[in-house]
Ligand binder design. Structure first.
Ligand code: ADP
Ligand code: ZN
Length: 613
């Protein structure tokens, strides 16, 4: 299997769980695989497909992706094809014949196809060795992306009772997981769950303040790199895209309200590296399999941690660093509240409210972002300091918080522990808004005792006091803040208390800039290697356009970076590059070697730079 891995994909070793899963599949047993995006799920059926006698049928709901996946397989010398509504009759007949004759090893099909009698009759004549079901959570009504067509998979199970089934997904709660196993009737199967940690992603939450300037600064650092910016509303995407273009960034808007052609053009240009920045609603992403997205920005607050995890998960699928930046303001929560208020189904409303509260807690927390995410998915994080999120990278110093904590806890107690942090903060800052005045809170002794602090700083202090267990949230739907028993004890004894110093909104941005937060540049190339990398990218783009495939089908960024770093001179050296298998060696080695050689000839220094490390 290792040999097949090297020959066809150019990789030297398996990722965690891949080898076990492949072994299980080859033993003819059913499996359910839960792996995060970019974990390497596809390999779990693509590699067995090469070894199995018959056909591997892959069911996938994402018609838009099938062609790219098949192109990528063919570029690796693996006979694959897809069958969906985009094929003309002649093409369709050609694929069916080739499949029947056994010259195609992997066939992709959409779930609705399985309901068609003609297709079932066709499959009946084929030796199906393995059935892979991608995005398997779509079968469950409990999931976030239920597709009625996935019910057709039961027919498949009946038609091929002896073919092993491999169900794969990147998102599944315990309920969805059980539902998949039951609905697909997975027999003597096993569930493989890999860690949902994405170590190559940097998670950063920033105050939503001077946001546009902060954004253009970040985009400037990532110029030319594939970036997705998520906005809350359709109008928001168009406005922001327009502002970015005016500021000199090639950006396009994407949302479900645009006509089909505009949307597919935006998507296509993004995949083909012609538009670097997409400003989108969450409608964008499901059909995108671009491995080299380097930056995902949430310009507005996401609705849930699940959504946030999934959207940020689109960064760095190739394993190279990806940066995820979320701009947080409590005002965004209120925007979401407005929509939640208008939901008709009370159950759905309660769920939405609870999810939003979790999201807000995540942003306001002082815990490692990665640890928070993993805990959310029921995993115990391996370490408390990941050194790759704003909290763990923060140079935040502690300060003597005895006095302010006393003020905050008193204010919570004196207002009756019946309000959220927002209201208590208004009181602390001496606001005379309607809610404060109506309740007589402007007459309390705590009114205005922390007027020198901004809302943003106070929110951080509330977060820190909750993290210390002195404050507690009560109630899921309309949470209120209360003083916990240990908070009461502390108020009585008034021991000295230190907390992380809150960031001021205005300095948060400059502070972040001086810290080594850019993993892309940390792992990046400098000087002439960067120049060579850019030349190789240009070559890749040309070759991709000639063949009508996305650039990453030719080579991923990791491969190009390795070429720029190691500067191979001959076929042997080239074969050692990550992602170079036998087929790509045959097809592309000469062209890439020529470009590298030409570059080195005109830049003698390139060699020296290489030898000096
Ligand atoms: P998923 O479907 O889980 O989101 P993919 O199957 O698309 O992930 O894999 C993500 C990327 O990782 C792809 O570019 C794939 O070629 C690469 N990859 C998969 N397995 C390995 C491996 N063992 N070594 C190196 N790269 C791998
Ligand atoms: Zn961390």
């Amino acid at each position: 299997m290792i040999n097949l891995l090297k020959t066809h994909f150019g990789y030297d070793e398996f990722r965690p769980l891949q080898a076990e899963i492949i072994e299980h599949v080859l033993a003819g047993r059913d499996s359910l695989v839960l792996m995060p995006t970019g974990g390497g799920k596809s390999l779990c059926f693509q590699l067995p497909a090469l070894k199995l006698a018959g056909l591997t049928l892959v069911v996938s709901p994402l018609i838009a992706l099938m062609k790219d996946q098949v192109d990528a397989l063919q570029a690796n010398g693996i006979p694959a094809a897809f069958i969906n509504s985009t094929l003309g009759p002649a093409e369709m007949a050609r694929v069916l014949t080739a499949t029947r004759e056994g010259t195609i090893k992997i066939l992709y099909a959409a779930p609705e196809r399985l309901a068609k009698v003609a297709f079932r009759n066709f499959l009946a004549q084929v030796d199906v060795s393995l059935i892979a079901i991608d995005e398997a959570h779509c079968i469950s009504e409990w999931g976030h992306d239920f597709r009625p067509d996935y019910r057709n998979l039961k027919i498949l199970r009946q038609d091929f009772p002896n073919s092993p089934v491999l169900a794969l997904t990147a998102t599944a709660t315990a309920t969805v997981r059980e539902d998949i196993v039951r609905q697909l009737a997975l027999k003597n199967g096993r569930t493989f769950v890999s860690s949902f940690n994405r170590p190559n992603l940097t998670y950063i939450v920033k105050p939503k303040h001077h946001t546009f300037e902060a954004l253009t600064e970040i985009l400037g650092e990532h110029r030319g790199e594939a970036t997705i910016i998520y906005c809350f509303s359709r109008r928001g995407t168009e406005e922001l895209a327009g502002q970015l273009r005016a500021a000199g960034f090639e950006a396009r808007a994407y949302h479900a309200g645009l006509d089909h052609q505009t949307r597919s053009e935006a998507q296509e240009k993004f995949i083909r590296d012609e538009t670097a920045v997409i400003v989108a609603t969450i409608a964008f992403g499901m059909g995108i399999d671009k491995p080299d997205v380097r930056l995902v920005v949430h310009y507005d607050l996401p609705k849930s941690i699940e959504g946030y995890y999934q959207e940020t998960g689109r960064a760095g699928r190739d394993g190279l660093p990806g940066k995820c930046i979320l701009f947080y303001s409590f005002g965004d929560k209120i925007k979401h509240d407005y929509f939640i208020e208008r939901m008709e189904d009370p159950q759905e409303q309660a769920r939405a409210r609870a999810k939003l509260t979790e999201m807000v807690d995540f942003c306001e927390s002082f815990l490692c972002r990665r640890a928070s995410l993993l805990q959310y998915f029921g995993e115990t994080p391996a370490e408390q300091n990941c050194a790759n999120c704003d909290i763990c990278l923060g140079t935040s110093e502690d300060f003597d918080a005895t006095e302010i904590s006393q003020k905050v806890l008193s204010a919570v107690a004196r207002t009756g522990e019946r309000f959220g942090a927002g209201h208590v903060i208004d009181v602390l800052r001496g606001s005379a808004n309607q809610k404060v005045v109506e309740r007589g809170h402007d007459r309390l002794s705590v009114h205005g005792i922390a007027a020198e602090l901004s809302v943003y700083e106070l929110r951080q202090i509330f977060g820190a006091l909750s993290a210390r267990g002195l404050l507690e949230k009560r109630g899921a739907e309309y949470p209120v803040i209360g003083v916990s028993p240990s908070g009461r004890l502390w108020l009585k004894n008034r021991e000295e208390l230190t907390l992380p110093k809150p960031q001021k909104p205005a300095t948060a941005r400059t502070a972040a800039k001086s810290r080594p937060l850019s993993p892309t540049s940390r792992e990046g190339l400098t000087g002439q290697r960067e120049e060579l990398f850019q030349e190789l990218r240009a070559l890749r783009k040309r070759l991709a356009d000639e063949r009508g495939v996305p650039p990453f089908v030719i080579f991923g960024d990791i491969s190009l970076k390795e070429m720029a770093l190691r500067q191979p001179r001959d076929l042997d050296g080239f074969a050692d590059i990550y992602g170079v298998g036998a087929e790509k060696l045959k097809r592309f080695a000469t062209t890439f070697l020529a470009t590298i050689a030409a570059y080195l000839d005109t830049h003698e220094g390139g060699r020296q730079e290489n030898q000096s490390d």
